[in-house]
Design a protein. Structure first.
Length: 280
């Protein structure tokens, strides 16, 4: 059974300091598009799950201000450091939410979902509820797959997306080598690199559509001969035959099970989610 919920992967949103107002602001060229995926119903509940410390969480403050500016008022922030004290309250909030947004460090966010009822609830909502949307911003998007790139090795993710490893580098040049190595080590999985300015909307767990003014990249090693992959050495280039890739821009669609492009004309998709299940 395909999951009924949606996933949004948002690339590295750069936030800089506005010296005139002494506040943080989205980089001008990104045009404050980070929340264009939200539903039209302003009253729908939105929860931001943050692994940042309450005292140092500039991002939640920024995103909250952005939500208010767009007319959304029914939202809140759930902090991982408070989970053990307020798990029952947080459970009820997640139960009512239509959109859950993950921000923060990917490893701390992963630990937030370990051995608690909230993790089970979110997975259940994602599988059964077509009105439910899970959003991963920047590094936290990497945990939505079965496997994620760790500090020294590939680690277990949350498993919302199957057969794909996600990276959200500031630009493809800094992240491609690490992602390529991860995919070559796990050839049954695709690599998906999503940079700033790009959002990838995933329906049915594997059908993905790119929206935004940035770019994404698919890395596919399914046809690479395992015998041709030599042990990786620090500082030494990696060369293999049949390693495939696609650069994706606004409107491009891809099947995350096969790595193949899908004809974009089959899509009639709006980021406001008023149209559901449009990917066939």
């Amino acid at each position: 059974m395909y999951p009924k919920g949606k996933i949004i992967v948002i690339g590295h949103s750069v936030i800089t300091k506005n010296h005139n107002k002494e506040k943080f602001a989205f980089r001008k060229e990104e045009n404050n598009k980070v929340f264009e995926f939200l539903p039209n119903k302003k009253e729908d509940r939105i929860e931001i799950i943050s692994s940042f410390s309450i005292n140092s969480d500039n991002f939640s403050e920024i995103y909250s201000a952005e939500l208010l500016q767009r007319g959304y008022y029914n939202f809140g922030v759930i902090y991982s450091e408070k989970l053990s004290d307020y798990e029952n309250d947080y459970y009820l909030r997640i139960f009512k939410a239509k959109t859950v947004i993950l921000i923060g460090n990917q490893f701390e966010t992963t630990s937030l979902f370990t051995y608690n009822s909230i993790s089970e609830l979110i997975h259940k909502r994602f599988i059964e509820d077509e009105s439910f949307t899970m959003v991963g911003i920047n590094n936290s998007a990497a945990i939505l797959t079965d496997l994620m790139i760790g500090c020294k090795s590939i680690e277990k993710g949350l498993g919302f997306i199957k057969g794909c490893i996600i990276s959200t580098p500031q630009d493809h040049r800094t992240g491609f080598k690490t992602l390529a190595k991860a995919v070559l080590s796990h050839q049954n999985d695709l690599g998906l690199s999503v940079c700033g300015g790009m959002s990838v909307i995933i329906e049915k767990g594997f059908q993905a559509l790119c929206k935004g003014n940035g770019s994404a990249m698919i890395v596919n090693a399914k046809e690479v001969s395992a015998k041709s992959i030599k042990p990786f050495k620090r500082g030494v280039s990696v060369y293999v035959k049949n390693l495939k890739g696609h650069i994706l821009v606004d409107g491009c669609a891809v099947d995350l099970l096969t790595g193949e492009r899908i004809k974009p004309q089959i899509f009639d998709y709006s980021l406001n989610f008023m149209n559901t299940n449009n990917i066939n």
